[in-house]
Ligand binder design. Structure first.
Ligand code: ADP
Ligand code: MG
Length: 684
């Protein structure tokens, strides 16, 4: 790839004009990255028409309208008797109706007044609100002089909701990126230019049709994404079959396995034993293991992975256990360390937090082979980390890592075995195309003694009833997660929704916590830690979907999901998995709003009927493609940007045979592999 294009794609969004580190951090949470490239791959979810209208009274509140207004008078805002009043600009439309334009931020007052001089006609475009018969437009998105009406687009693109990011921020960032892009494309080849033109088409759709899976540009991007993915699979499959990569099977030196089995406080489930047998027989072959263990959260994958590590330690070789975040690495370490201690294996942790002398000591222990099992984050494959004999790599939440990251770690050993863990159930019909280079073991059985979660759906209208039902449960010591969804438009009202619920629940309960994505991370972690603490008396934790990502509170037994119909099945399944982790009966209550569609109802029914992630994923696949609904990155089973696995089956086949025919990827395919590699920090 041309260097200045490459550098541009890797530019941190905080360096885009109008985006600082804070907004860039919001992007990181919402779109799963903070580079220009991550933004480009973030597909809009739809378009919204800007209805051109003469009379605001005829338009429906909530609609985005474009309207010509005569500016009549200004009522400056400010603080009156402790209440903040907005600046109001009173206007008339062509039908003689009154429209009030409101600005809450008085810092830019002069700027607005200049754009809306009294006595002048202006074209204004924004979302229409109505209180009583008053028509209001808060913070219009466009204000133009009548002769410049063409500067206002007739439709507006909508990006998937993001906590703390407005549509305006999205479009401003988009406009800047695409203004800078043509320069970077000078001197590139046809493929590259076509690719970025297709990206342009979907970020600037002319109609809703342009965002359908079968639209030319969408299908083109989907094909390229599949080609990138299938090429990566083909490379790793070829490497694995390559005779030069045969290794000698490690002899057993110690008797750790028996001792380990004796320390386990429980019997393995049938599914766990099956997975382990498959792993052991892989490890006994001269071809490196490449196995994916799929199983729902709580199905007991960690113990299976640790058993494999112990088997490796028996031969004297080392295991690296890679987790996507610091917190998850700590969690694993806390679990693994005592188990390793019992059988005398040295287990250590290595993350970005380790610095100076302490880190050096850890590295020495790894290099000498003394440390047998090391848990950690990306730090595990930093350049200066050396292993004496890295025999096994375990990758938790494998979809969070890119191929290049996997390869970087693999290069630290001599044809090490690879075991990937995933809590994301992929329907069997898809796993061949998704994981063509891996063998798959499925753990579809929960450890004995787990009670199924009781799931029910109730209308929001019964909110008061629900609250009074919670009272005795909470008095008996139950802890409740209360999840508020993102509001569709993705503006500050997300936070407001959660804050409002928090305030209301505080009327009924004594100790209610609140976390949302706009709190700084430290404050958020502190509230979550308080809720999770043993003996905590926080009764309810109100949260936006931030809790979807890795919080473990074994004693929480109730989860309420508000406006559950707005979530996709994958997200609902993940959220429900926050409870049912201990041995007490757990409950999941799906609250639905008034506008429940038939599809929405069916989704809730699926949840009520089954807890089996594979069954739910299979249903989801039948009911919809990728990316409808709450389009944030955690919501889908698979992290594809443009591929719709219902609509693009033929593209799967095409891409896979194209990838197989290439004996080695050409330059363009390499670029694609780079562009679509999933992972946080990719090296060129
Ligand atoms: P996962 O990684 O799949 O989410 P874990 O391996 O963390 O699940 O297991 C969840 C919990 O279940 C842990 O506390 C673990 O000790 C326990 N567990 C695992 N296997 C069994 C089993 N066969 N019987 C009883 N408890 C088990
Ligand atoms: Mg786990």
């Amino acid at each position: 790839m041309k260097k200045d294009l490459f550098d541009f794609l890797n530019t941190d969004l905080q360096f885009v004009k109008g985006v600082g580190p804070k907004v860039a951090a919001r992007f990181d949470d919402v779109i799963g990255g903070r580079r220009v490239l991550d933004f480009l791959l973030h597909r809009p979810s739809g378009v919204r028409p800007r209805e051109l209208t003469d009379a605001a009274a005829d338009a429906t509140p909530g609609q985005t309208i474009t309207i010509e207004l005569l500016v009549k008078s200004v009522r400056p805002g400010g603080v009156f008797r402790g209440r903040r009043a907005p600046t109001q600009i009173i206007c008339n439309d062509h039908a003689g109706g009154v429209v009030v334009i409101q600005f809450f931020n008085s810092n830019f007052l002069e700027y607005w007044l200049k754009k809306l001089p009294v006595g002048a006609w202006r074209i204004v475009s924004g979302k229409l609100d109505r209180t009583g018969t008053r028509n209001i437009i808060n913070h219009p998105e466009f204000i133009e002089e009548p002769e410049n009406i063409s500067k206002i687009p007739s439709i507006q693109v909508i990006y998937p909701a993001g906590e703390g990011l407005t549509q305006k921020t999205f479009t401003a960032v988009r406009d800047q990126i695409f203004a800078a892009l043509p320069d970077k494309l000078i001197g590139t080849d046809d493929n590259t230019r076509e690719f970025f033109e297709a990206l342009h088409d979907i970020h600037f759709p002319r109609s809703a049709d342009d965002l359908q899976p079968n639209a030319t540009s969408m299908a083109k991007l989907a094909y390229y994404e599949l080609l990138a993915h299938q090429s990566a699979i083909a490379i790793s499959r070829r490497a694995r079959l390559d005779a030069r990569n045969r290794r000698t099977v490690r002899p057993k030196k110690y008797d750790l396995m028996d001792r380990f089995a004796a320390t386990l406080p429980f019997e393995l489930t049938g599914a766990q034993s099956r997975a382990l047998n498959e792993i052991y027989s892989d490890m006994a072959r001269d071809m490196p293991m490449m196995r994916l263990v799929q199983g729902d959260v709580g199905s007991g994958k960690t113990i299976v992975a640790l058993s494999a590590a112990v088997r490796m330690a028996e031969s004297g070789a080392q295991t690296a256990f890679l987790a996507p975040t610091d917190t998850l690495a700590q969690q694993h370490y806390a679990k693994l360390k005592p188990m390793c201690d019992k059988i005398g294996i040295v287990c250590d942790i290595l993350t970005g937090r380790d610095k100076g002398a302490a880190r050096r000591e850890k590295l020495i222990s790894l290099r000498s082979g003394r440390t047998r099992v090391v848990v950690g984050t990306h730090a595990l494959f930093s350049e200066d980390v050396e292993y004496k004999d890295l025999g096994l790599i375990i990758i938790d939440e494998q979809h969070r890592f890119g191929v290049s990251q996997r390869e970087a770690l693999r290069a630290k050993g001599a044809h090490p075995d690879m075991l990937a863990l995933s809590a994301t159930p992929i329907p069997r019909t898809l796993s061949m195309t998704m994981y063509g280079d891996m063998d798959v073991s499925i753990i579809n059985e929960k450890p004995a003694g787990r009670l199924p979660i009781k799931t029910s759906k109730i209308p929001m209208a019964r909110y008061n009833e629900l609250v009074s039902h919670l009272r005795p449960q909470i008095d008996a010591g139950a802890q409740v997660f209360w999840v508020c969804p993102l509001v569709e438009e993705g503006d500050e009202s997300n936070m407001t929704a959660a804050a409002t619920r928090h305030a209301d629940l505080q009327k009924y309960f004594e100790n209610v916590g609140l976390v949302h994505g706009q709190m700084d991370k430290k404050a958020r972690d502190a509230v979550m830690a308080e809720f999770a603490r043993d003996g905590s008396d926080m009764q309810i934790l109100v949260a936006t979907t931030v809790i979807e990502v890795g919080i473990d509170v074994p004693h929480a037994t109730i989860i309420v999901i508000e406006n559950a119909e707005r979530f996709g099945l994958a997200a609902l399944h993940q959220l429900r998995g926050r409870v049912g982790r201990g041995n007490k009966q757990s409950y999941c209550i799906l609250l639905f709003g008034r506008n429940l569609s038939e599809d929405g109802m069916r989704r809730l029914d699926v949840l009520c009927e089954t807890e089996d992630g594979f069954a739910i994923a299979e249903q989801d696949l039948m009911m919809r493609g990728v990316g409808e609904l709450m389009g944030t990155r955690q919501s889908g089973w698979i992290q594809y940007h443009f591929v719709d696995y219902r609509m693009h089956r033929d593209l799967f086949r095409l891409a896979s045979s194209a990838a197989m025919e290439m004996s080695a990827p050409d330059g363009w395919t390499r670029d694609l592999m780079y562009i679509f590699d999933r992972g946080d920090t990719i090296s060129a």
